[in-house]
Design a protein around this ligand. Structure first.
Ligand SMILES: [Zn+2]
Length: 459
């Protein structure tokens, strides 16, 4: 079965998508458990795909394929919508190293392909890309010239010369200088903030990422009168504001001003029940972003799921870097207390009904890897108290809704055929999102074997 499927996927990958394809070119994927992404599951399901779109979804009895359709038997498999990472920073990771020297269009595409390999259909790059290059890449992808996970980005804004973490900021400046394009827009006054938002809107960019953080006193923090003006202008122009914030005390005023979502949610006890209810009431979402710190404490180089896409030389470097890092071994009781605090903070959001959305901050620091980090984040969500179904929705339907990806996020007729075929059921164990047998984006199989080979041999 596996060999047969792999052969089929390989053959399909070799066929260029034909925009003039008709229903007779339809493919029926039948017999799998379908996790729709909206909380529903169909056992013994059928998914009819044509022209890169989902034509029909139902049980095998309900979905009738047109004559001449290709039929793929997926008995024993599980199909779920492609995942979406709502917080990442593409372009700077080079796998042998990290920084502005790796930033290029080709590297952005490599990162989109790495996401696709790991079953992701889209990724939001949060405020660290040169805007003309990013817009061109969006267009190239929409026209089918570039594949991989769908690239969505936001323009970055902070006080002049501020924003990303201090190490990252240096590299963002270098990319700015080398491309001659705008990456960060500095807003010193409310009027400057409004003007910058108008400039962003005029370019056709749909999201603005703002930083509201003094980075432990090392940076100037975006002040309320300025961010209120930025958010107000953005709302008038139909743009969404996503905010980097690390402190609960900033959140109520940002909610009142009208932010769409928060890109950090590891806030601690100060994000209390009252604040969680307020986030819910304002219909803002939260990307908890829990794995960034946590995976540093693990020897991820030992994980076969990461090693699939990582050359031996990089694996060895990662292992050595981990071994050289000083680690405080917290006593068991302290570790347990920390875990309890983390769980309570996370579940306050979930229980308040806040949309908790998958996002990883992958690429913001060295060795925090695209796609891999997303699966690990889902594991953390479940460890802290979400059901696997809730975690899957956090990684599919919710980020699609929040990023305006109206044709993604669920297995629904009319949506883009972006889905993952799994060998094992993630509702039994969320780690089964790793058991990827195939990834389809826009109805075409991602050539995972070829990609893996290029990464391993190319390293
Ligand atoms: Zn970030």
């Amino acid at each position: 079965m596996r060999g047969h499927l792999t052969l089929f996927l390989t053959l399909l990958a070799a066929c260029a998508p034909d925009p003039s394809a008709t229903l007779s070119d339809a493919t029926l994927f039948e017999g799998a458990r379908l996790i729709l992404g909206d909380g529903q599951v169909i056992e013994n399901g059928a998914l009819l795909v044509a022209d890169g779109r989902i034509e029909a979804v139902g049980t095998v009895d309900q979905v009738i394929a047109p004559e001449g359709s290709t039929v793929v038997d997926l008995s024993g498999k599980t199909v779920m919508p492609a995942l979406i990472d709502a917080h990442a920073h593409l372009g700077y990771e080079g796998y042998t190293g990290w920084g502005a020297q790796y930033y290029s269009r080709a590297n952005l595409i490599d990162h989109l392909e790495r996401y696709a390999y790991y079953g992701f259909g889209a990724v939001f790059s949060a405020g660290s890309d040169p805007d003309d290059l990013a817009l061109e890449l969006e267009r190239a992808q929409a026209s089918g010239e570039v594949g991989g996970a769908r690239f969505v980005f936001g323009a970055g804004m902070a006080p002049p010369g501020q924003g990303p973490n201090n190490a990252f900021l240096e590299h963002v400046r270098t990319v700015t200088d080398e491309t001659g394009q705008t990456v960060l827009r500095g807003a010193a006054t409310p009027d400057a903030g409004r003007a910058a938002v108008r400039d962003i809107a005029a370019k056709g960019i749909r999201f603005v990422k703002i930083w509201v953080d003094d980075r432990g006193g090392s940076q100037e923090k975006l002040q309320p009168p300025v961010y209120r003006a930025i958010i107000d202008e953005a709302r008038q122009l139909g743009l969404d504001i996503l905010v980097h914030q690390q402190s609960a005390e900033d959140m109520p005023d940002l909610l009142d001003a009208g932010v769409a979502g928060f890109l950090h949610g590891r806030i601690g006890p100060s994000l209390d029940q009252r604040l969680a209810a307020r986030i819910r009431e304002a219909d803002a979402f939260v990307v908890p972003n829990l794995g960034l710190g946590e995976l540093r404490g693990e020897r991820v180089a030992d994980d076969p799921f990461l090693r699939e896409t990582t050359p031996e030389g990089v694996v060895a470097r990662l292992g050595a870097a981990y071994d050289a890092r000083p680690r405080a071994t917290a006593p068991g009781a302290a570790a347990a207390a920390r875990e309890r605090e983390l769980r309570e903070g996370f579940m306050r959001l979930v229980e308040a009904g806040v949309d908790v959305v998958l996002g990883t901050d992958a690429g913001a620091v060295p060795d925090h890897y695209f796609g891999y980090a997303g699966h690990r984040e889902l594991e953390i969500f479940v460890r802290l108290g979400m059901t696997p179904m809730q975690a899957i929705e956090a990684g599919t339907r919710l980020p699609a809704e929040r990023l305006g990806l109206t044709d993604m996020g669920t297995l629904t007729a009319g949506k883009s055929a972006d889905f993952v075929i799994l060998g094992a059921n993630p509702l039994d164990d969320i780690r089964n999102t790793r058991s990827i047998d195939g990834v389809f984006l826009r109805g075409a199989a991602v050539d995972r074997v070829g990609l893996r080979r290029s990464w391993i041999d190319g390293g």
